[in-house]
Design a protein around this ligand. Structure first.
Ligand code: URA
Length: 263
């Protein structure tokens, strides 16, 4: 046998071993051909292309026993493309516009809210309604601008009549939030309200108890605080939210102007 033929036979044998290890049927059995160890009279058939791999999921499975999930770092526009014209949960039926997120894709500070309201659903931008105006003031009181930070939500589509997002809706959308955070890799996350804090921390403790305490999400410091919509209903609580935001400012070495954040 010529060297060339021997090399081809070896390559075919390696390929068949790979196929059998993979559980798929042998080409030889399918074609009724001889085993490659038998004399080979003519060149073996071309080696079939490997089976098509399923598309990469937004979030890789964590290694068993690991506290930190292994999440692929992908550009935000790729994650947005994967989300597409999302029909993964029932919120798609009532939405006008999917609200992905806005701001600096390399932000050091990310704010995570609950889900779009009426105005956000119209404009496709998070936090642009009344609660959004308050969030903008909070961000500016922290000496950042909206363009410095990144803002997104747990669910990307408006729940009907601004009801709370339901567990199946959060579950369907959560891989995309995680992928966004893995993409941005901020220095600090601020979780606005119960749904953001409880989802990211996997902790059902009430936001009144979670707020103001540093926690970690995937090794990133996370500060839970009140949602701006709650602060519009309970303005007295702005004082506590401002304490939480001042803690965040300290992490960035910024000094608050007195009282500004409570306005
Ligand atoms: N409330 C939220 O949680 N997110 C928005 O985008 C708007 C209001």
């Amino acid at each position: 046998m010529s060297d060339e033929l021997r090399e081809l036979a070896l390559e075919l044998r390696r390929h068949l071993a790979w196929q059998e290890a993979d559980g798929s049927r042998s080409i030889l059995a399918e074609r009724g051909a001889q085993k490659p160890s038998a004399p080979v009279g003519k060149a073996p058939p071309p080696i079939a292309a490997p089976k098509a791999q399923p598309p990469e999921p937004a979030v890789a499975r964590p290694p068993p026993g690991s506290a930190v999930e292994v999440i692929a770092r992908r550009p935000l526009d790729e994650i947005r493309r994967e989300l597409g014209d999302c029909q993964r949960c029932k919120l798609c039926k009532g939405r006008s516009t999917l609200v992905f997120g806005t701001g600096n894709p390399r932000a050091e500070l990310v704010f995570v809210g609950e889900g779009p309201g009426e105005e956000e659903d119209k404009q496709g931008v998070p936090f642009v309604g009344k609660a959004g105006q308050l969030l903008t003031k909070m961000i500016e009181a922290m000496k950042f601008t909206r363009d410095d930070v990144y803002i997104c939500n747990v669910v990307k589509c408006r729940p009907p009549n601004n009801r709370n997002p339901e567990p199946d809706e959060i579950e369907a959308c959560e891989p995309f939030l995680k992928a966004q955070l893995a993409s941005i890799q901020p220095k600090v996350i601020v979780a606005l309200g119960k749904f953001a804090a409880q989802t990211l921390l996997r902790d059902q403790t009430a936001i009144t108890r979670l707020r103001g305490q540093w926690r970690q999400y995937q090794g990133i410091p996370l500060m839970p605080t009140f949602h701006p919509a709650y602060l519009l209903r309970q303005p007295d609580e702005k004082r506590l939210a401002w304490l939480d935001l001042q803690e965040v400012m300290k992490r960035f070495g910024r000094t608050p102007d007195s009282k500004k954040g409570q306005q």
